[in-house]
Design a protein around this ligand. Sequence first.
Ligand code: C2E
Ligand code: CA
Ligand code: CA
Ligand code: CA
Length: 276
Amino acid sequence: AKDDGGGEHRGYEPALHANAEERRQLEFALRRALENREMELNFQPVVNAQSEEVVSFEALVRWNSPEHGPVRPDKFVPIAEDTRLIVPIGTWVMEQACREATNWPDHVRIAVNVSPEQLFEPDFASTVVQALTVSGLDAQRLELEVTESIFLRDASVARASLEQCLALGCTIALDDFGTGYSSLGYLRKLPFSTIKIDRSFVQGAAQSSKESLAIIRAVVAMADALEMTTTAEGVESAEEAELIRKLGCTKIQGYYFGRPMRAPDALQLFRRRQSD
Ligand code: C2E
Ligand code: CA
Ligand code: CA
Ligand code: CA
């Protein structure tokens, strides 16, 4: 909820009741969303910063509610987390994402967002095994995206889950780096393979913010020293892509190279690139 307007602090505004009521309705609808097949995955390409070839896709969940229309994940994922509905939703996402990735060339990987709630389930690793087994996807092709918030609670359960996934051959990315409660100490707690630099720094750098530029440079240098790669999020133009390339990021994700798209379009994007 890094950029939410601070809903809990609004006091006695009438809007508060509307929000609480809306939230209750969304929660009610969300309970039925999976069984009613209202969830869908979109896939956003991540490219190699140098070659601009697609190296992976990030799976992004979409909810099309018959009552509420399309609901943005920024809105429903927090509700799903509070109600623990994110656990079955996350299991579904994991399996769907792995299944879809088997349609792509072998070198193309799939990244799946994992909520802290999922990691605090002691059987998280077995849901990953299950998704890999039913899909037939190689564990090496699966990246799990987690945020620093997993370290806010007792991290031992989450760490044990992630270590089991590492043992399977999956990799872990640290998402939204630099937002939230960043501590460099977290980078020692798990062998992340990728640091995802949040869009706010990329946008800052594009607007010549000295601070954003310095932070990206420092993160890239640190990632290099730690033998991790970096992905810049939210690159929206050729100029931004060029800047990010010069700053030395390994990979780029953003509207410039592709918006989140439906599975057939992701496949199509590939076929087109291959026949270029
Ligand atoms: P995220 O993991 O940081 O995902 C990246 C978000 O940035 C996506 O928003 C994506 O559409 C957006 N984005 C990508 N490139 C650009 C760009 O160039 N410009 C701009 N303005 N935005 C860009 P989306 O799909 O709305 O998802 C929002 C958040 O919801 C995600 O942020 C993630 O935290 C959460 N989320 C989405 N899918 C899942 C899921 O399957 N499971 C969980 N636990 N969370 C999810
Ligand atoms: Ca992510
Ligand atoms: Ca992110
Ligand atoms: Ca985010």
